[in-house]
Design a protein around this ligand. Sequence first.
Ligand SMILES: O=C(O)CCC(=O)C(=O)O
Ligand SMILES: [Fe+2]
Length: 300
Amino acid sequence: MSDTIPLIDLRMLAGETRTATVQAIREAAEQVGFFAVSHTGVHAVVVEGAFAAARHFFDLPAAYKEQWRYRDTALNHGWVSTGQESLDPTRPADRKESFTMRNVVHTSARDELWPDVPLRDAAFRLYREAQRLAERVLVALAEGLGLRSDEFLAAHTGENQTLRLLHYPFDARPLAAGELGAGAHTDYGSITLLWQDDAGGLEVLARDGQWLAVPPRPEAVIVNIGDLMQRWTNDRLRSTLHRVQPRTDGRDRYSIAFFCDPDDAAEIAVVPTCVAPGEAPRYAPITAGEHIRAKLKATY
Ligand SMILES: O=C(O)CCC(=O)C(=O)O
Ligand SMILES: [Fe+2]
């Protein structure tokens, strides 16, 4: 593996370069589980709008943000303060705060869930564009594995698609042993899209056991495979461990993740093209909802 994750230009999905590009996406998903995509169709102004809204919200006093505190994993919406979430439950809680918004199309009409209209509007805009991008990636992965184009897509109507604003504050207090910005974890669902600012700190565990930095690349979106997609593909696509270093250089870091997960009722059964002839699937079918809720409960 190279010293950074592969970069794929999505303009190449059009025309006669499509087949080769779909295979490049599949290969990156198999070998690294992380890749970056450029020319994604997501507008820079929409991404900037979401980052601006995030900075504005996270700057507010904690006592005020309290009103939108994350309350339950079923709704999966709201503010989680620093030290509340442990992506790696064996370590101290993460040095980060977040604002999670599940199924924004559905929840944006509920005024009580939103600190302000600009945040809601910025989230809605990015959510819609992220959905389109995630759908293109799901289709490419299906095609790359020799499946019907909508094999994965059909299970993703938006019910479990979640946008999350993240803030890793600089904090001069000494770090506890093993304290991180985000503890080492794999994502739970199908695929994750990630936008990061230029601060850096994201690392992925390479196959050789070394942590590899994922440097910020303006205009690129990071894509990674989650646990359910790994299971769906009989371990062919890799759900790779990743973590975020805490801020120690005097500046904060902001990032935005879009988790694209299957609908609660979707049955995740190993796809036939990922089982070698004469072998049995490694996993029994599972309902996506069961899996996602169990994972969320473990981290809060
Ligand atoms: O902030 C980042 O760069 C990564 C966040 C992440 O991995 C997550 O929230 O699942
Ligand atoms: Fe993650």
